[in-house]
Design a protein around this ligand. Sequence first.
Ligand SMILES: O[C@H]1[C@H](O)[C@@H](O)[C@H](O)[C@@H](O)[C@H]1O
Length: 645
Amino acid sequence: MSNLMGERWKKVNDGGERSLIKAPSSASISSQGASAGSSTAGAPAAAAAAAASTSSTSTGDLERAARKQFQQDVTPGFVYVLAVFSALGGFLFGYDTGVISGAMLLLKRELELSALWQELLISSTVAAAALSALLGGFLNGLFGRRVCILLASFFFTVGGIVLSAAPGKEVLLAGRIIVGVGLGIASMTVPVYIAEASPPHLRGQLVTVNTLFITGGQFTASLIDGAFSYLQRDGWRYMLGLSVLPAVLQFMGFLFLPESPRWLIQRGLTQKARRVLSQIRGNQNIDEEYDSIKNSIEEEEKDSGGDGPVIWRMLTYPPTRRALLVGCGLQMFQQLSGINTVMYYSATILQMSGVRDDRLAIWLAGLTTLTNFLFTLLGVWLVERVGRRKLTLGSIIGTCLSLSLLAVGFLISAQHTPPVTFHPLDPAMANSTCSKYQLCEPCMLDPGCGFCYSENSSALLTSSCVPVNKASTEHAAWGRCSNSTLMRDHTYWAYNYCPTSYSWLVLLGLMFYLAAFAPGMGPMPWTINSEIYPLWARSTGNACAAGVNWTFNILVSLTFLHLAQYFTYYGAFFLYSSLALLGFVFIYGCLPETKARRLEEIEALFENQLCSCGASDSDEGRQVEYIRVKGSNYHLSDNDASDVD
Ligand SMILES: O[C@H]1[C@H](O)[C@@H](O)[C@H](O)[C@@H](O)[C@H]1O
């Protein structure tokens, strides 16, 4: 599609550099003319235009005046309030996915949960989120963003209450599914709502704040897990129930917050849309923005044409098909880079380094979530400075390298794995595979076995490979590691890991991983998805991408232990690293820069063949701003654009 906002956008070849220019249509000139008088910045702009007509040498003055107009556009505080209340959905996303690991430690003891029930309570939420994210696309189109956010916070509230009052595991499962439904809807709606309400120059930053809230939720969850782990009875009720507070806060807030103006215009509620636009743009002139949204909706309706469900129209119309591929691909590679495995596995990595106290391990695991949070903050700072494409590319290179470092750490640890020195006889005379292992590595990779060892300050003394207790992986089925009273005199039970003196290498890999992943690969898939689809396809596109995110989340977490069993830990991390490399090639080839463009302009970026973006790297950083002065179009040159920023 080439006709946007009532004006024609053309690609021209200008000295070998591609750029977009637009030639004004008569309609836009007249509408501009009509609105110029009411514009707060209309006077300087008109004066500048007059100067331009008398002397070509005064183009500099003209551009300066135009830039001034941009700089006068102070963002009203209301947009920030709106972003923060929406991002509470991100906070709940992080909190509800993060809190379960600590709660599970208490739950499995108190309710005597089998491995299957533990798995069910963890995965049911993610599975429900995957399905409800897909359904959320339909709900968003039908009822709007605001109603969907209200619905999500309602589900979070009810889910939290059910979880904290659950009399048994069946009700717990119901509560986790209810929370999952809220998660799916919130994860696809919040980024769209923030993107549609933000001014272009702040959009990336404000949508990225949502991911900052996700990681903030994960960090808070680890603190709450740490604090309530001392409350052995019912501690989990507080951990799971506390999410009700932010959920109620968000629900109350959204009773007063407005609907997205873009959705309102699409629904023909034009007066309401104008009111909302004036509210979120403060004292700025909204005529141009309003016209541009309205025109683009009309154009989109013509261009996207055809009948049938939105997903069908998206797949048969090349620009949206490409955008959908890029959006879903980004979400898929985010999860295939193993973020949730790394986060989940951090406690074990700490145990490998010699932290044996459960509570200390829980507190220290909080360091992982804190690092994730702090580096996402860096992403918020960088997104409007370096742009989405460079940030994502840099991040995935670092992610790929750090995954290799983690793999090398596990490889060296495996090569120096301690031997099994003692083969005790099973008191029940059952034939267990555990007794066959001669080394710790194959013993710990077998989910039925664990490594029981004693050590003094400098060396490992006796060690054996024994079956794990079926009711709790914290003890062996029999022998000196079978209960805490027997485990005196520096005797330890290692399940899922081996003691190693190379854990520092793994720890280094872990920190490097989070520092690389969190600013780019963590937030950018959400941010980019919120802006690459035209309005008619936005909810469906985001629903599909969020569905892909949750589906790969569950796939990666469920397969990790099996992967490790068949390919060892280093094999699994080398695999994630190769997938991240594949992700780099995909992003390099297919992801265009969307920084500072209006949502209505972005569709044009997907008109070219997919995977031709790498070739246009020279255009990166070229930020072209279009300023209309009395019917003429001027663009600020590269250097000037940075001033506007
Ligand atoms: O963007 C988020 C964030 O990076 C989280 O830390 C992670 O747990 C989620 O799966 C991901 O979608």
